[in-house]
Design a protein around this ligand. Structure first.
Ligand SMILES: Cc1ncc(COP(=O)(O)O)c(C=O)c1O
Length: 361
């Protein structure tokens, strides 16, 4: 086996190698001998770069002019509050809970609005989606909230739920992993540190009708509408994180866009799930239909092997495979930047580890 490092972290996570190379080569001079680390978000060079990056993201996701694209700070968690603050006029919102992140969003939402949990997969340990016929949907709700990919539990909803109110999607761990139809959504958001670059930036894509003339009771910094009008430069923008996201957008376009990304991601996930399902010692608890392409949790039958698995994997260059502290076991996060070779190397290692431990389980 080679010494190449593959980083399976759930986020912040691996960046494409060529993006890191570009950062290295450009770090001393972004504009007139000044580093991107030391320039103003209002400099003409950065404004031009920001416009280009937005254009590239619009091309990738096919975002039309009915939508605003915002480059904000505060992390995805901040959106758990900003969203209901901005949109909770009917004083009721529907939340679908399918894992830790949507559960947290529902909790945060309840500080601002009356949260109606339409269905909660905690009743099956977040391993499947309850059938839509059992959901208690409210057609008068201001919006319907869900997280299409649950990063910790590895549950992904592959089709947008058919509901009658504006749909909000936390796409932090799945944005740009495949094509989507943006018109299905009222608003989507994503922390950048998984598929769009580094921590410090949160991308929000919002339908203009949904955010216009809303939240006048809030200070400008808390309103989507002001950020949209000010082109995400109401206050100091996260310049470096935005710059990195711009490089990632270009990289995805160079790879062939989201169709190609989707094909590669599907293939990577298929290889690992097939191996796990055929194995004697590993298992993944999520119902097949709802398995995540991005985050694959798995356990070893005998949990006392976890430590040696992680230690040996790390020595082989397979890093950050420990499962989330709340669920234990292992988790392989395989965002766009994880090459298929990394997944194959992981499978080879898991196979080898299994062959040496078959008698212990
Ligand atoms: C699906 C999802 N939503 C929200 C968050 C929270 O993101 P942040 O740490 O940027 O607030 C995460 C973090 O991993 C996540 O995976």
């Amino acid at each position: 086996m080679t010494n190449k490092i593959y980083n399976f972290s759930a986020g912040p996570s691996a960046l494409p190698e060529s993006v890191i190379d570009t950062i290295k080569s450009e770090i001393n001079n972004f504009d007139q001998g000044m580093s991107v680390l030391e320039i103003s978000h209002r400099s003409s060079a950065f404004k031009k770069y920001a416009d280009e990056s937005e254009e590239n993201l619009r091309n990738l996701l096919n975002i039309n002019s009915d939508y605003s694209v915002l480059f904000l700070q505060g992390g995805a968690t901040h959106q758990f509050s900003m969203l209901p603050q901005n949109l909770s006029y009917k004083e009721s919102a529907d939340y679908l809970v399918t894992g830790a992140w949507s559960a947290k969003a529902a909790d945060y939402g309840s500080y601002h609005t009356s949260v109606n949990i339409v269905s909660n997969s905690i009743n099956n340990n977040y391993t499947t989606l309850n059938d839509i016929t059992s959901w208690s949907l409210n057609d008068d709700a201001e919006y319907f909230y869900y997280a299409s990919n649950e990063t910790i539990h590895g549950l992904e909803i592959h089709e947008t739920p058919a509901v009658n109110v504006p749909i909000i999607n936390d796409m932090s761990s799945t944005i740009c992993s495949r094509p989507i139809n943006i018109n299905d959504y009222g608003l989507i958001f994503a922390g950048a540190q998984k598929n769009l670059g580094i921590a410090g930036l949160t991308v929000v894509i919002a339908n203009n009708d949904l955010i216009e003339n809303k939240a006048k009771n809030l200070p400008p910094i808390s309103r989507y509408e002001t950020h949209a009008k000010e082109k995400s430069m109401l206050n100091t923008s996260p310049v470096f994180a935005w710059y990195v996201a711009g490089l990632v957008f270009k990289w995805i376009l160079e790879q062939g866009g989201l169709k190609t990304m989707g094909e590669i991601n599907k293939e990577k996930a298929k290889l690992l799930y097939e191996f796990i399902d055929d194995s004697s010692i590993y298992s993944n608890p999520v119902e097949k239909k709802y398995r995540s392409w991005m985050n694959i949790p798995f356990i070893i039958k005998d949990a006392s092997l976890d430590e040696s698995f992680l230690c040996e994997a790390s020595k082989e260059g397979l890093k950050n495979l420990k499962g989330h502290r709340t669920v234990g076991g292992m988790r392989a996060s395989m965002y766009n930047a994880m090459p298929i070779e990394g997944v194959k190397k992981l499978i080879d290692f898991m196979d080898y580890f299994q062959s040496r431990n078959l008698n212990n389980v």
